[in-house]
Design a binder for this molecule. Structure first.
Ligand code: BG6
Length: 488
């Protein structure tokens, strides 16, 4: 099976902070792949903008090195690479001052109807000033869009300030707030699963679902990002954005259409229906300690007194008709046993088991939507143990690993950024967060953080390579439930 490619219009994409980490690691490789797959039309251009003393040739060199590193020389098609590098240009510009804007102006010819995207791959404190400069220097035409990415604030007040700064210069319909989880193939598949199959909807509610577990486990640590991470922690880094977006897509009502307005309205309703977290008893924070000659979190972050969590588990509840009484348990952490992300929907027990004796009690069905690795969906079922010897029950899984089911083991799963950048060019905001969603997420998170800060709460230690702190097990045990295994 071959992925279908829908070409986009010729466009101009300006990447501010083009020499930085995100651009090199994600954007440049994503754009290269789009060209390789035939989605980048003739005439599309990518303009790097940064303060560095650099010219077009220097930027092409930087991009070429980034492709070697992040696409890999084995996968790199030299012809495509050279065509791709030919699309790149560079403008030296100090985004916070007036310097260099006329150069950018000169590099962007005014072609009516041509999409023009400004990707702000820079620290959030520059979002407002750059947006303002774009608007003031006359670069914001009707086809202009601005792309920003987290951290979108540190709390509700700062998120509001950021939104105000952006909307002072651009219309909401021109602002693309990236949450790269929304670009993951399986996350989009969650919507296909729920809204393109009639099978699940009648069961998708408190009458039939016992609880939902959302896990984003990582085996890596903070990877040299200590200076940033230590000021945010897992709650702000992962829960406020990625995990709550996953929760929204799992819990939202069917939108009337798969379009930005209806989809985002439904997600917003979920965020606004989240019940306040029920005290610190519903939250467990953890921090990995040293072991097996690997440094602790505090050592990696170079802050021996750090109270920042590298792990968090919490119980969220949604106060509406559909989900009343169904807990959504969220957990995420670094340096855990394996890299594994999934949404697991556990259905209720059968009301009465007709099967006698040992092994006669069927395990509840679980629908697991696996984001990574091996993207796919499994439904665990109870079946008869095959063969003679009486009616014994056993568990079995209906397994739909996408790569296999689609006969696409050789098909490269596109990175989330590939999809999202092309959506920006197409002008499709469905998979981007609206300003009010970001604020609603902070409004729910802020009191939880305030409570642990007020109590000077210290995260519980956990071992590197474990499933997290013991207390996190208790969070579910108390409710008579248990976490699913973290395994690759
Ligand atoms: C980022 C977080 O947003 O997502 C990182 O800042 C985290 O801390 C990363 O490692 C996880 O993304 P993925 O796509 O590897 O699951």
């Amino acid at each position: 099976m071959v992925a279908r490619v829908v070409p986009v219009e010729p466009f101009d994409l300006v990447v501010f902070g083009a020499t930085g980490d995100l651009a090199r690691r994600k954007l440049i490789p994503a754009l290269y792949h789009r060209m390789q797959d035939g989605q980048m039309p003739e005439g599309a251009r990518i303009i790097g903008a940064a303060r560095s003393e650099m010219d077009d040739a220097g930027f092409r060199k930087l991009a070429s090195v980034a492709l070697e590193e992040f696409v890999g020389s084995a996968e790199l098609d030299k012809l495509v690479r050279d065509r791709f590098l030919g699309r790149l240009g560079f403008v030296r510009l100090d985004a916070t001052t007036d310097q260099g804007w006329e150069r950018l102006h000169a590099a962007l010819p005014d072609v009516p109807g041509r999409p023009r995207a400004f990707y702000l791959s820079v620290a959030p404190r520059f979002f407002g000033p750059i947006a303002r400069h774009i608007a003031d220097s006359g670069l914001r035409g009707p086809e202009a869009r601005i792309v920003v990415e987290k951290p979108l604030g540190h709390d509700l007040a700062s998120a509001r300030a950021l939104n105000a700064a952006l909307s002072g210069a651009f219309d909401e319909a021109q602002i693309y707030r990236i949450d790269h989880y929304l670009g993951k193939e399986t996350v989009q598949n969650l919507m296909a699963l729920r809204f393109a199959n009639a099978l699940f909807e009648p069961l998708w509610n408190a009458r039939h679902i016992d609880h939902v577990q959302i896990t984003v486990a990582e085996s890596v640590g903070i990877e040299g990002r200590g200076a940033y991470y230590d000021t945010v922690g897992a709650m702000r880094d992962m829960v406020q954005n990625h995990m709550l977006q996953l929760l929204c897509l799992t819990a939202m009502e069917p939108p009337a259409r798969f379009e930005p307005g209806p989809v985002r309205d439904e997600k917003l309703k979920v965020l606004r229906a989240l019940a306040p977290v029920n005290g610190l008893g519903a939250v467990v924070r953890g921090q990995y300690r040293s072991g097996n000659s690997q440094p602790s979190y505090a050592q990696e972050a170079d802050n021996p007194q750090s109270r920042t969590e590298s792990y968090i588990a919490l119980k969220a509840e949604i106060g509406n008709w559909r989900w009343n009484g169904v807990p959504f348990y969220l957990r995420t952490g670094k340096r855990l046993r394996a890299r594994m992300s999934e949404i697991a929907v556990q259905f209720k027990d059968v009301p009465h088991s007709i099967f006698p004796g040992e092994g006669g009690h069927p395990a509840p069905n679980v629908l697991a939507i696996r984001l990574q690795p091996d993207e796919g969906i499994t439904l665990s079922m109870t079946i008869k143990d095959p063969g003679p010897g009486g009616m014994r029950l056993t568990g079995a899984e209906l397994d739909m690993t996408f790569a296999e089911t689609l006969g696409a083991t050789s098909l490269r799963m596109p990175d989330a950024y590939e999809r999202l950048v092309m959506d920006v060019i197409r002008g499709d905001q469905t998979l981007f967060m609206r300003g009010d969603e970001v604020e609603a997420a902070w409004a729910w998170i802020d009191p939880v953080i305030a409570e642990w800060e007020e109590r000077s709460d210290r995260p519980r230690p956990y071992d590197i390579g474990s499933s997290g702190p013991e207390d996190a097990l208790m969070l579910l045990h108390r409710d008579g439930r248990r976490w699913r295994e973290i395994e690759a």
